[in-house]
Design a protein around this ligand. Sequence first.
Ligand SMILES: NC(=O)c1ccc[n+]([C@@H]2O[C@H](COP(=O)([O-])OP(=O)(O)OC[C@H]3O[C@@H](n4cnc5c(N)ncnc54)[C@H](OP(=O)(O)O)[C@@H]3O)[C@@H](O)[C@H]2O)c1
Length: 287
Amino acid sequence: MKILVIGGTGRLGEPVVRRLVADGHEARVLTRSREIAAERFGGLCEVVAGDVEDRAAVDRALVGCDAVYLSLDGHGDWDLERRGAELVAAAAKEAGLERIGTISGASVCEENTWFPMTRAKFLAERAIRESGVPYTIFRCTMFMELLPSLVRGDKALVMGEQVHPWRFLAAADYARMVSKALALPAAANRTLLIVGPEALTMEQALRTYRRLCAPDAELRHVPFFVLRLLSLFPGRRELRRVGLPIMRYFSKVHEIGSPDEANDLLGAPTTTVDQWCRSRRAFAHAA
Ligand SMILES: NC(=O)c1ccc[n+]([C@@H]2O[C@H](COP(=O)([O-])OP(=O)(O)OC[C@H]3O[C@@H](n4cnc5c(N)ncnc54)[C@H](OP(=O)(O)O)[C@@H]3O)[C@@H](O)[C@H]2O)c1
């Protein structure tokens, strides 16, 4: 298949692009920074310039494609995912695509739409389901790729009360499942919960990451009220607008549903946090 990936330069989008190509698909990436992306992918896939909010650019990018996959993040502009999904769903319908796929979240449900990120994902899912294009929605749990961002300087931070277990997922396992699903007729018109092989609290996962990849970092619990005060300092806009609200949200919600359908159709993820950290450490030593 020829698949347009919107968000293919992202932390979770890039592994999908690489896996699609490894599996024999053709990938095209839509990005606002064409030159940077072209250098990153080095000829592995086609890279086209455009914004997901520009209908003409999306229409051009879809020419010749069989499917489109969305992996957007507005970094505080939570609603971008809804706007992007609505525009791409309409364009995909008009272009007669065989499949539209998107990443979503494991806690997405109507009850959790009080949080703007979840509301945007919930409405993005709805636009995709109602597009009339065969769809696959991947409701993903916490990714292991989040762990490095919790180490700041010499501290590994558990932000607030994070008591719920999450079945942490490796982006490489996820990319394999997306690549398989987009070409699999049986995965059409499904909303799939995607989770990793073992349930861990944020602290347990971070302890493993710290032990194997950041041994000099000290594990610290930082209560929400302290984070709130810290976020008021200059230069902490990202913490105030994105990091803190997301961590508060994760302290209140949990994974919803069963991963059985996804695992039966696509093969279950196998990478544990321990294995992921070991391979990351080996890669860092080799580099
Ligand atoms: N972290 C987790 O554990 C987790 C779990 C479940 C779901 N998710 C979701 O996964 C999604 C992707 O996350 P990520 O970490 O990969 O994000 P990321 O690294 O910040 O990447 C965001 C992507 O969005 C693209 N983008 C942003 N605005 C755009 C626009 N106006 N037009 C076109 N492209 C635009 C960027 O492309 P350019 O900058 O190249 O244009 C970039 O490729 C998010 O929705 C996140 O909520 C994350």
